[in-house]
Design a protein around this ligand. Structure first.
Ligand code: 13P
Ligand code: SF4
Length: 306
């Protein structure tokens, strides 16, 4: 039996659901029961139809699943699958930062540790961040963490001046280069540029459309253009091409690129052999201290109920 068949058999035998993010390897996306963006994955993780959730994504996503479904077993095939953005916001430093702004409401992107979520009033993802901030009273002062680019994007779209932004970033999205995108636009003059809001403001100025991975996917399917320069992690191109076989998707490269596209090394740690090993050995199981879990749950549930 090959690896894929073995995964399918163990999944059936042990009542496991596999949730995958759009940035994972194509073959991983193809064996998942559900592929989505951070928001859709959180929604799915709160209503799992199975005894075990295997997360094909990074650690903060698996932790979110465990926070929302504490009675389920949540497996992450590789515990090294972290996130540079989540790592840019240390829980202790963030606690001190929050302490300096006692009259501010804390809005955090889900790309955070469970400890940071426990210090947060309401979570958001790139799909709903603008909507969540717009829903807060205009006079409400806000701390936004941890992504400075997403924070500045929200500020520019909502016009909110009373927002203090944590100085964190994702190394993948920070590295896109304005020069390379301009070169690609010259090479593909009819192409639309679509970008994730974790990119720097100068890159977003070149975009025809800015949105979460799910929003980018949706835009590329609806738009009449046939060529798209995609400025986010290259894993998303798999679903874009699958949904739109007649369209061309060109990955934007970072400044120093050998492969011509931008990959999140953490997401790419999740491979089929590791998924099989995870199912065979029931590793690595996510565990969270109950008091922290309860606090983190409140901030995630507030987002899901918005
Ligand atoms: P979403 O578009 O899925 O919210 O993604 C962002 C991300 O960086 C996941 O790591
Ligand atoms: Fe984290 Fe960036 Fe990788 Fe997303 S792409 S998981 S934000 S490091």
């Amino acid at each position: 039996m090959n690896t894929i068949d073995k995964i399918k058999e163990l999944k059936r035998r042990d009542n496991v659901v596999i949730l995958a993010h759009y940035y994972t390897l194509p073959e991983v996306q193809d064996i998942a029961d559900f592929v989505g963006d951070s928001l859709a994955l959180s929604q799915r993780a709160s209503l799992p139809p199975a005894a075990t959730i295997l997360f094909a994504g990074v650690k903060f996503m698996a932790e979110t699943a465990k926070v929302l479904s504490p009675d389920k077993r949540v497996l992450l095939p590789d515990m090294e699958a972290g996130c540079s953005l989540a790592a840019s916001c240390d829980e202790r430093d963030f606690g001190e930062f929050v302490g300096k702004y006692p009259d501010h409401l804390v809005v955090s992107y889900v790309n955070t540790s469970v400890g940071v979520k426990a210090l947060t009033d309401i979570c958001c993802t790139s799909s709903n961040a603008v909507e969540i901030v717009r829903g807060l009273p205009a006079e409400q002062k806000i701390i936004f963490a941890p992504d400075r680019n997403l924070g500045n994007y929200i500020k520019s779209v909502t016009g909110r001046e009373n927002m203090v932004i944590w100085d964190g970033a994702c190394h993948v999205h920070e590295e896109f280069s304005v020069e390379k995108i301009i070169e690609l636009k010259a090479q593909y003059p009819r192409a639309r540029v679509v970008a994730h809001p974790e990119c720097k403001a100068a890159v977003l100025l070149l975009a025809d459309f800015t949105g979460s991975t799910a929003a980018l996917l949706d835009f590329c399917s609806r738009d009449e253009a046939t060529e798209f320069i995609v400025v986010t992690e290259a894993g998303i191109l798999h679903q874009m091409a699958k949904n739109n076989p007649a369209k061309t998707f060109i990955p934007a490269p970072p400044l120093d690129s050998t492969c011509g596209c931008s990959n999140c090394a953490y997401m790419k740690l999740i491979t089929l052999p590791k998924i099989l090993n995870s199912l065979e050995t029931n590793t690595h199981e996510i565990t969270i201290d109950e008091p922290v879990r309860r606090k983190a749950e409140a901030s995630i549930r507030r987002m899901l109920e918005t």
